[in-house]
Design a protein around this ligand. Structure first.
Ligand SMILES: *[C@@H]1O[C@H](CO)[C@@H](O)[C@H](O)[C@H]1NC(C)=O
Ligand SMILES: *[C@@H]1O[C@H](CO)[C@@H](O)[C@H](O)[C@H]1NC(C)=O
Ligand SMILES: *[C@@H]1O[C@H](CO)[C@@H](O)[C@H](O)[C@H]1NC(C)=O
Length: 283
């Protein structure tokens, strides 16, 4: 084992020992099912395109992929083709897994969360701007507020990977050009203190193809991570949840946005810890 792995394992167990309660969610898809063994009916179900009413109905909106992240057997794909009603979910071109029920996947103000996942952009044909200032964003991972927008999210904008927070008010390009990473797995890790006032914080780190360790930490503190209203004052709900796949809310194929977008995810972990609210994450 490399020294860095030992250090992160120790840090993690020290953290785990200090918490009084935690709820965890895992989806590694190694059983070859779209729900990764979780229920698809009842209150603790995963909402899966093709199964959950109101989501995209296309047979290939969501499917298993052979060859997962970290040399595992399986991953999942979400696909959206524009201008085809079979890829509309919740009134937008969208194929995303929803997680209202499973323990660990949702959060309230005051909760502390840790979230890891791997993601791949297979054979990406990037959107182009055409006559517009920029291509439209395609959301590929979000912390989605119930009855609201996203608290924090990652989106493809052409060849950029963009981080958004504060209810889509703040944006930062975190990968300038994803093209060298197409058809390769990337690892992401978020730590978040969810707060509805300005005492929240989050960190995001990445391990990109060819790298041996995480080393791109982005840290935001003294912010509202748990957004309570849109800029126009519309109030949001009382909790949020993870959501991943493809969400193309404003995409326009005639203007230059790529017609078909497929995103793969794997090795998803969401943990909700109970921790003193002012504790910063392990460095
Ligand atoms: C903020 O969250 C706390 C729980 O952490 C809650 O008691 C309070 O009512 C919330 N405030 C707003 C404005 O939603
Ligand atoms: C899509 O783009 C085309 C070409 O730029 C434009 O004419 C059309 O109005 C756009 N549609 C929407 C809904 O913005
Ligand atoms: C998160 O953890 C806290 C503390 O254990 C708990 O009160 C809360 O209900 C949990 N939230 C979810 C959505 O599991």
């Amino acid at each position: 084992m490399k020294p860095t792995q030992i250090i992160s394992a120790i840090t993690f167990s020290a953290l785990a020992a200090s918490v009084s309660a935690k709820t965890e969610f895992h989806a590694n898809y190694e059983d070859g099912t779209l729900s990764s063994g979780h229920p698809t009916t009842g209150p603790f179900r995963i909402w899966i395109p093709g199964i959950e009413p109101g989501l995209a109905v296309a047979k290939d909106a969501c499917y298993m992929v052979k060859g997962g992240a970290h040399n595992t057997k399986w991953a999942v794909a979400n696909k959206v083709t524009l201008d085809d009603p079979a890829y509309i979910g919740g009134n937008f071109p969208r194929s995303e897994f929803g997680f209202g029920g499973p323990r660990g996947t949702s959060y309230h103000s005051g909760d502390r969360g840790a979230y890891s996942f791997s993601m791949q952009f297979p054979d990406l044909v990037p959107s182009v701007k055409g006559d517009r200032p920029a291509p439209m964003e395609d959301v590929v991972w979000q912390f989605k507020h119930h009855d609201g927008g996203h608290d924090i999210h990652l989106a493809l904008v052409g060849v950029n990977l963009v981080l958004g927070w504060g209810g889509n008010v703040y944006k930062q390009v975190i990968i300038d050009d994803v093209m060298p990473y197409v058809n390769k797995w990337m690892d992401f890790h978020f730590e978040v203190l969810w707060k509805n006032d300005t005492t929240g914080w989050f960190t995001l780190d990445m391990k990109l193809p060819g790298e041996r360790r995480f080393g791109h930490k982005i840290k935001k503190k003294g912010i509202q991570t748990f957004v309570t209203a849109s800029p126009d004052g519309t109030l949001w709900g009382d909790h949020g949840m993870i959501q991943y796949g493809v969400y193309r809310h404003s995409a326009n194929s005639s203007a230059g946005d790529t017609k078909t977008l497929i995103i793969w995810h794997d090795e998803v972990t969401a943990i909700n810890f109970s921790q003193p609210p002012d504790q910063m994450p392990p460095v």
